[in-house]
Write a protein that binds this ligand. Structure first.
Ligand SMILES: Nc1ncnc2c1ncn2[C@@H]1O[C@H](COP(=O)(O)OP(=O)(O)OP(=O)(O)O)[C@@H](O)[C@H]1O
Ligand SMILES: [Mg+2]
Length: 261
């Protein structure tokens, strides 16, 4: 199962990715977390791990991928849309991922596609190309879960990153922008016929009804309350070493099991 976690900036994508990964690992799944957000340096801390070396370096680094992209764009006429850029020459299982590009803890493997490291190094297109290829070329078995933490917004949909996933989870926080974005994502996911579910996050008594009125109830896979322990751990940059019943329910749902009372 390959799950993409997306949503508005700051809605809680990385927090939900980390908590859900831990809950899935606790259920005995082998979990691969793909950090595909080139701009954010917090997910590995939430998982209590070191940030691994960029997977991009395995393929020769950003310049090499940008060069491949440039070559692919030659001989393409403007009307035919963007060309397909092949980075992977075969399918990968989780075992094929080179150890030097992952960190591992308690049944969770973390991989970072690529980060922006230097001023003026160029755009994040190469990261998008690699994320798209990675998801399309990863094979998982029944006891493996891939959780992809994405960058904010919908640029990754424009790049086609979601092509290779099985499920899209949209994290929605109590803001108008987030509620609007959730509709756009539902529309985009619909065009590629991917199942899309919503995780209402940071929900409190005041926001609950407004959020429930705006999001299709049948599509809600979880309602995560605003939680002070989560907030404090995030502020301190600490590992999210807490178990939430609502996240456990979500893990059960994704695993096809009954919800726990
Ligand atoms: N359930 C929650 N309860 C309380 N606070 C939360 C909760 N979920 C997330 N937060 C707060 O929201 C902040 C942003 O969360 P997070 O970094 O996971 O968002 P994000 O969507 O990944 O952001 P970005 O778009 O920058 O990657 C956290 O630092 C934390 O303070
Ligand atoms: Mg994030």
């Amino acid at each position: 199962m390959k799950i993409v976690i997306c949503g508005k900036g700051g809605s809680g994508k990385s927090t939900i990715s980390a908590l859900l990964s831990k809950a899935m690992a606790n259920k005995g799944y082998r979990v691969l977390v793909i950090d595909s957000d080139e701009s954010n340096f917090g997910l590995h801390r939430q998982l209590g791990m070191e940030l691994p070396e960029d997977l991009m370096n395995y393929f020769g680094g950003k310049k090499v991928i940008l060069e491949r992209m440039r070559a692919s764009f030659q001989n393409v006429d403007a009307k035919s849309g963007p060309p397909k850029i092949e980075i992977f020459d075969k399918m990968w299982t989780l075992n094929d991922i080179p150890d030097e590009y992952t960190t591992e803890k308690n049944g969770i493997m973390l991989l970072a596609v690529g980060k922006i490291h230097e001023f003026g190094e160029g755009c994040a297109c190469a990261m998008g190309v690699l994320s798209t290829g990675m998801l399309e070329h990863l094979e998982t078995d029944d006891k493996e879960v891939v959780i992809v933490d994405t960058d904010a917004g919908v640029e990754h949909f424009g790049r086609g990153v979601e092509h290779g996933c099985d499920i899209i989870l949209v994290v929605v926080d109590p803001t108008f922008e987030s509620l609007m974005l959730s509709k756009k994502i539902e529309e985009l996911a619909g065009t590629i016929k991917k199942p899309v579910y919503f995780i209402l996050n940071k929900v409190d008594d005041e926001s609950r009804q407004v959020m429930l009125a705006s999001v299709d109830r049948n599509g809600i896979a979880g309602i995560i309350p605003a939680n002070n322990d989560v907030f404090r751990a995030c502020l301190a940059g600490e590992e999210l070493d807490l178990r939430l019943a609502e996240i456990n329910d979500l893990a059960n749902l994704l695993g096809g099991e009954k919800r726990e009372k």
